[in-house]
Design a protein around this ligand. Structure first.
Ligand SMILES: *Cc1c(COP(=O)(O)O)cnc(C)c1O
Length: 387
């Protein structure tokens, strides 16, 4: 049996796979089993920060794997400590907890918010306000936090203690914060899965002020927006706010699984020995790769993200069939008159990988995608959109 046949026979049907088997990749290009070449504008959903098989990142993980791949969190390891230092120095946050995925990083953030409030105010002040159309993960609790009914079918009962406000509706957040025993607000500053929707400055900064006023913690889910994706190291840096907790994953590892939850001065001491954990959390190989990724997200790289953003926006906005191009940096959603899924499939056929989010075509290319290659992919995407 070939891979597609084995997959359909033995893998749980939770994914609607596209008809492509990837057998290799280099930078922003990848290949199928017949050697056909594809330009990747999806980065494995914002994970392959510097594309496939980035040589510097590979050298970093190979160096670590030659020493050792895993130990337990009973012991100290250098890559983990170095990564935490780098993340704190670059954000001003004070402490980091490492895990393996975005869902797990959010789970850690939610537990921390509840514990912070419990220790300060006692039992019962545990409600977390999240936004409609958000996406925070697939565990039962992070699904609870996710404000989309479509994710909630047939998985009852959920973790209680989440209420949902309309994005960009500050008065609704205020109202919810009065009616409930709220300990935190949790949001993505660009809703990714929700259709690449950018939150307004007034709203985000208004929520921040409200959180300061009421001692609610501001948790920013940077799983998709983080690690250079929006043109800043973290997406919240596009706004004038200081989060109490940041969760991130996806692009942090550059292609290996790692999640991180960052704590400010205020929340730094919430976790005490034994109060939280993760067997694989801070895996030395993943952490060594992440040190390489984070240390390369500098002003020059971010200027390149902004440049590529402009190239994409300019090119697509002039197409007659394009209604809007939303997003920040290299996290873009394109609303077309034509069906997004149809565009994705036609692009695949013609050797360009794009994603969708709700009714939009979503682009999350590697942050260092070669500009000629990007233009080549955009020409194909434009032709598909116009067809
Ligand atoms: C992808 C994503 C998650 C979930 O991350 P996993 O690694 O799949 O658990 C959570 N929040 C946001 C904003 C995401 O984009």
């Amino acid at each position: 049996m070939n891979t597609k046949e084995l997959d359909s026979l033995y893998i749980a049907k939770s994914y609607g796979r596209l008809p492509l088997e990837i057998t290799g990749g280099k930078g922003s290009l990848c290949y199928d089993e017949n050697g056909k070449e594809y330009i990747d504008l999806g980065s494995g959903i914002a994970v392959n920060t510097f594309g496939f098989s980035d040589p510097e990142w590979m050298a970093a993980i190979k160096e670590q794997i030659d020493k050792f791949a895993h130990t337990s969190n009973y012991y100290y390891t250098e890559p983990c400590a170095k990564l935490a230092q780098l993340l704190c120095e670059k954000t001003g946050m004070k402490k980091v907890f490492f895990s393996n995925s975005g869902g797990e990083a959010n789970e850690c953030a939610i537990k921390a918010a509840r514990r912070y409030s419990f220790q300060k105010y006692g039992k019962g002040r545990h409600t977390i306000i999240t936004l409609k159309n958000s996406f925070h993960g697939r565990t039962i609790t992070t699904l609870s936090a996710t404000g989309q009914d479509s994710f909630h079918t047939e998985f009852d009962p959920f973790t209680e203690g989440f209420v949902y406000a309309e994005a960009n509706n500050l008065s609704e957040v205020k109202k919810l914060s009065e009616d409930n025993n709220c300990c935190a607000v949790m949001m993505e500053i660009v809703q990714g899965e929700g259709g690449v929707f950018v939150l307004s400055k007034e709203f985000v900064e208004g929520v921040y002020e409200l959180c300061c006023e009421k001692d609610m913690l501001l948790i920013i889910d940077e799983v998709q927006t983080g690690n250079g994706r929006t043109g800043k190291l973290y997406g919240y840096m596009n706004y004038n706010i200081e989060p109490d907790i940041i969760s991130t994953a996806k692009g942090l590892g550059g292609g290996l699984p790692i999640g991180a939850t960052l704590f400010s001065e205020k929340t730094a001491e919430v976790y005490t020995p034994g109060s939280h954990g993760s067997t694989f959390g801070g895996n030395p190989v993943c952490a060594a790769g992440a040190v390489n990724i984070i240390s390369r997200i500098d002003d020059e790289l971010l200027a390149g993200v902004a440049e590529r953003h402009s190239i994409i926006k300019e090119k697509l906005m002039q197409l007659e069939n394009v209604e809007s191009v939303d997003g920040l940096g290299l996290m873009l959603g394109i609303k077309c008159k034509k069906d997004a899924k149809e565009i994705m499939l036609a692009c695949l056929e013609r050797g360009v990988l794009v994603l969708t989010a709700k009714d939009k075509v979503r682009l999350l290319p590697p942050l260092n995608i070669d500009i000629d290659l990007l233009n080549k992919a955009l020409n194909i995407l434009s032709e598909v959109i116009l067809q």
